[in-house]
Design a protein around this ligand. Structure first.
Ligand code: GLN
Length: 207
């Protein structure tokens, strides 16, 4: 079914302070959203959903304060705005961060503990198939780049995907809590739009 057949295209912003913003804008457009960068309060006010991209969570945390976006984003999250965080974005959505910088602060969105750079030096970057609950078809080809993993989830968090093979087998790498979605990996780098479609559908349903 085409995006048009499902209803109007939701407006989805990509937090454009640092990280792989352009790749998410392209993937969201391909997945049927009206995608636009968000750097200002007024731009945030105009979106139905938000993507927090991969990059460096310590830097994004700092820039969120400099751009005076922390309180507005916290408020939108509390009001139910769908948010998808990928890699650094996952860290920004976590209630608790291990191996973070003491001054980094997220949005306290998902009741979970994530460990930064969890996969270690040996496996700094790697790729692995990951099956995602709610995403049809074959396993996603997940790209991990200095990625976090999820060490603990609260009762309200649904685990959507885990690593199945290798030294990190069993590690949680995709979760959802209400309208908040997070992955350790970077679907925006693979050309596979299924996860972005999942988020566009979620945002359309809420909007
Ligand atoms: N290690 C980065 C961080 O702590 C995340 C890496 C990424 O987003 N690819 O934010």
């Amino acid at each position: 079914m085409s995006g048009a057949a499902r209803g109007p295209a939701p407006v989805i912003g990509v937090l454009a302070l640092q990280g792989d913003v352009r790749e998410h804008l392209t993937a969201l457009t391909g997945a049927g959203a009206q995608a636009r960068p968000v750097r200002r309060r007024a731009e945030l006010d105009a979106v139905d959903g938000l993507v927090i991209p991969g990059g460096e969570s310590t830097t994004i945390s700092k820039l969120v304060d400099i751009f005076e976006l922390r309180e507005p984003i916290d408020k939108r999250i509390a009001a139910g705005m769908p948010v998808y965080g990928s890699c650094a974005g996952m860290i920004m959505l976590a209630g608790e961060v291990l191996d973070g910088r003491p001054d980094q602060r997220g949005f306290d969105g998902i009741e979970m503990t994530v460990r930064r750079n969890a996969f270690g030096r040996q496996v700094d970057s790697f790729e692995a198939p990951v099956e995602i609950v709610g995403v049809d078809g074959p396993a996603l080809h997940a790209v991990f780049i200095r990625a976090p993993w999820v060490e603990r989830v609260g009762a309200g968090v649904e685990v959507l995907g885990t690593v199945t093979d290798g030294p990190a087998a069993g590690r949680i790498v995709a979760v959802r809590q209400g309208n908040l979605l997070a992955t350790s990996f970077h679907p925006e780098l693979t050309g596979d739009l299924r996860l972005h479609r999942y988020f566009v559908d979620l945002t359309r349903a809420v909007a």
